[in-house]
Design a binder for this molecule. Structure first.
Ligand SMILES: O=c1ccn([C@@H]2O[C@H](COP(=O)(O)O)[C@@H](O)[C@H]2O)c(=O)[nH]1
Length: 235
């Protein structure tokens, strides 16, 4: 089923049963889904089969960061599982990303998108300073995204606050996946660099990751439907 929406719902649940219960309420034409560290660790690869069986395209968000050989093997396994998108950390460096991109090119029957995480949306300037990075989040995102592009990545994970800058710098085809999406008035939680769904799309994001604002809402479908409508009204 072709998905009409840029929204990717983060299924951050502690059990397979809860994630499947949520997925069954969602419509694969209205969103994709994201499987992250919590769900994959508890449910294992079986969750991918379950969600594929429900018709969803899956972003496997495990943010691989290891030596080149290990990461290349991990992204290969993800592609063979048929996921729509998988990611690595750009800070793993050029050789790690190039080796992974080359490994995926060997799998001719899959078109899995390979993207790289730049600066987590939960981090601000002070968090970066504490780990020895003394430039603004925007400057560091730009540096890592440029490295990711020249290392063969299809795109990056960044905050929507950097989407306009990256779109101008790296071109409109370089895929920008932006978590930290918060409808107006929603709880910010641990996210630091946020934007609303419509703002993020207007800024040049291609895909919007939304977790708790949808999954923890009293009416998750109403929040998703409103976000899709807000985005559609931009056209
Ligand atoms: O920089 C990043 C990279 C990944 N994430 C993931 O996206 C979702 C966001 O969930 P919310 O509940 O909407 O905050 C979550 O699974 C993160 O692991 C991110 O937030 N920022």
């Amino acid at each position: 089923m072709t998905c009409q929406s840029p929204i990717v719902v983060a299924l951050d649940f502690p059990t397979m049963a809860q994630s499947i219960e949520m997925a069954k309420r969602l419509d694969p034409s209205q969103c994709r889904v994201k499987v992250g560290k919590e769900l994959f660790t508890t449910a294992g690869p079986a969750i991918l089969d379950e969600l594929h069986g429900l018709g969803f395209e899956i972003f496997l968000d495990l943010k691989f960061h290891d030596i080149p050989n290990t990461v290349a093997k991990a992204v290969t396994a993800a592609a063979k599982a048929g996921v729509w998108m998988v990611n690595v950390h750009a800070s793993g460096g050029r050789r790690m990303m190039e080796t992974s991109a080359n490994a995926l090119q060997q799998i001719t029957d899959q078109n899995t998108l390979l993207i790289a995480v730049t600066v987590l949306t939960s981090m601000d300037q002070s968090d970066l300073s504490e780990v020895g990075i003394n430039v603004t989040p925007e400057e560091h995102v730009k540096r890592l995204a440029s490295l990711a592009k020249s290392s063969g990545m299809d795109g990056v994970v960044c905050s929507a606050q950097e989407s306009s800058m990256l779109s101008n710098e790296l071109g409109k085809d370089f895929v920008l996946v932006t978590p930290g999406i918060r409808p107006a008035g929603a709880d910010q939680g641990d996210q630091k660099r946020i934007m609303t769904p419509a703002e993020a799309m207007a800024a040049g994001s291609h895909y919007l990751v939304m977790g708790r604002p949808i999954t923890q809402a009293a009416d998750p479908i109403a929040v998703l439907t409103k976000a899709n409508a807000d985005i559609a009204s931009l056209a």
